[in-house]
Ligand binder design. Structure first.
Ligand code: ATP
Ligand code: MG
Length: 434
């Protein structure tokens, strides 16, 4: 670990990246916000429902063009803006990248179709003023977000874990991202055809065409996910050991719906598993197995009108001390697994891109015990920029408050909680009393 950290620090000095300025207009409860952000640790305090989560969501959105919370982008636009002639939200960020400035901008514009009462939302992305696609945006600013609901990553459904894998890999691998999008389109087409065949329309020849496409892109996604999981596991395992006081071993495994020849249904990975070592499948061998299996399940797929195997049906498993955490993990264990995974993700991103991600922590301290808190604090002290939220200053030690920039949020407005350094900390400590 110590060695790993050393390496991270070295990388950090090589590439300095942080979000220096954030402007928001009509984003959630921020009607207007102009916020300077320093490198290092920023702690944002606020009562419930003042805009702590919304601030982190805005930064995450600016980096990924995707919200971790909202089901539809239109939820992000300030309610009051709905009444206005022009309904829009705008996010802009200035990023310091090796002393050069990068400007990222996302606008959401609600367009009213004059006749019907229909609305459509136009999302426009600009990088340094030039219109760009989502794919160009990803990777400009790497972020790792950690929030209390993240426990669902372990405790929740496989789709959440697949989304997690996809978002993580997309941050540093644009080929994966492009393949993922295409796979999604192929899947839709193929499912459509399967339903047609169910109704005795459509052609089997066409299905074979989509089989090829599905297996080709699917194999790429599976192979890549497996590679990344091995790397993520190596990092998460070391962190988990430290978090649990060298007590428990964590392993990750990729559970494939596509069966490989001569192996079990679930393929263990990593050194924690007997026989797990060295099982590496080439993309082409996965593709072949995928195709062959597709041929064998045609009848069932037509009957059910859906594609039954592929990366869209796979899962990520977590084992601590050999026990499946998705099913048997205690809340505390599940939380620790997620914490290890997120910290591992931050290290992985730094390793892949040479840039440390901005770490966003939404009220996570209150949920952790003392030892885990201390570990997390240490980990973020090494990061280039970390933005944390809290309802109570006293969730943090005075020494920590001393070195952090302290901000206070109230009704969608943010101001400094005193000067940085001792005065801020003092005021913050005084703040506990009222
Ligand atoms: N589109 C929107 N327009 C205006 N206000 C919104 C919009 N979406 C959410 N809000 C409001 O913004 C407020 C702040 O939400 P936020 O989740 O940031 O609070 P918080 O400070 O994280 O609170 P908590 O401590 O409870 O987590 C809430 O009252 C919420 O209802
Ligand atoms: Mg919140």
């Amino acid at each position: 670990m110590i060695e790993l950290r050393g390496r991270l620090v070295a990388l950090a000095t090589e590439h300095e990246v942080y979000l220096e300025h954030l402007s928001l207009a009509n984003f959630r409860n921020y009607v207007r916000l102009e916020l300077e952000l320093p490198p290092g640790i920023t702690l944002v305090q606020g009562e419930n429902a003042q805009g702590k989560t919304n601030l982190l969501e805005a930064i995450y959105y600016l980096a990924t063009a995707r919200s971790p919370y909202a089901t539809a982008d239109r939820e992000l636009i300030n309610w009051l803006a709905e009444e206005e002639e022009l309904t829009f939200a705008r996010l802009a960020g200035q990023i310091q990248k090796d002393r050069a400035l990068q400007r990222l901008e996302i606008s959401l514009l609600k367009e009213r179709a004059p006749a019907a009462n229909a609305h459509s939302l136009k999302k426009q992305i600009r990088i340094n003023g030039v219109p760009r696609r989502v794919l160009d945006l990803i990777g400009q600013l790497n972020v790792v977000l950690f929030m209390p609901q993240d426990i669902d990553l372990v405790a929740g459904s496989p789709s959440g874990r697949r989304r997690y894998l996809d978002t993580t890999i997309c941050q540093f691998d644009s080929l994966y991202c492009r393949t993922l999008r295409r796979y999604g389109r192929v899947l839709t087409q193929r499912n459509h055809l399967l339903r047609q065949l169910q109704e005795r329309r459509g052609s089997h020849e066409q299905l074979r065409f989509w089989d090829e496409k599905l297996a080709e892109d699917g194999a790429h996604l599976i192979a890549r996910r497996r590679e990344v999981i091995v790397e993520l596991e190596e990092l998460a395992r070391a962190i988990y050991l430290e978090l649990t006081g060298r007590d428990e071993h964590l392993s990750l495994r990729y559970e494939m719906s596509t069966r490989m020849p001569d192996t079990h249904y679930q393929i263990p990975l990593g050194p924690g598993f007997e026989g797990g070592l060295g099982i590496r499948y080439s993309e082409s061998s996965i593709r072949e197995a995928f195709l062959e299996q597709l041929r064998g399940i045609t009848r069932e797929e037509i009957q059910r009108g859906m594609s039954l195997i592929g990366p869209h049906r796979d899962d990520l498993g977590f084992l601590a001390g050999g026990v499946d955490m998705r099913i048997y993990g205690s809340r505390g264990q599940q939380r620790t697994v997620v914490l290890a995974l997120k910290l591992a993700e931050a290290e992985l991103l730094a390793r892949k891109t040479g840039e440390q991600p901005v770490v966003l922590l939404d009220e996570v301290m209150s949920e952790l015990d003392e030892a885990r808190r201390r570990y997390l604090m240490q980990a973020i002290e090494n990061s280039q920029q970390a933005i944390l939220t809290t309802t109570h200053w006293n969730a943090y030690r005075p020494e920590f408050l001393e070195q952090a920039t302290l901000l206070r949020v109230k009704e969608g407005r943010i101001k400094g909680a005193g000067e940085q350094g001792s005065r801020g900390a003092e005021e913050a400590r005084a703040g506990i009393r009222y």
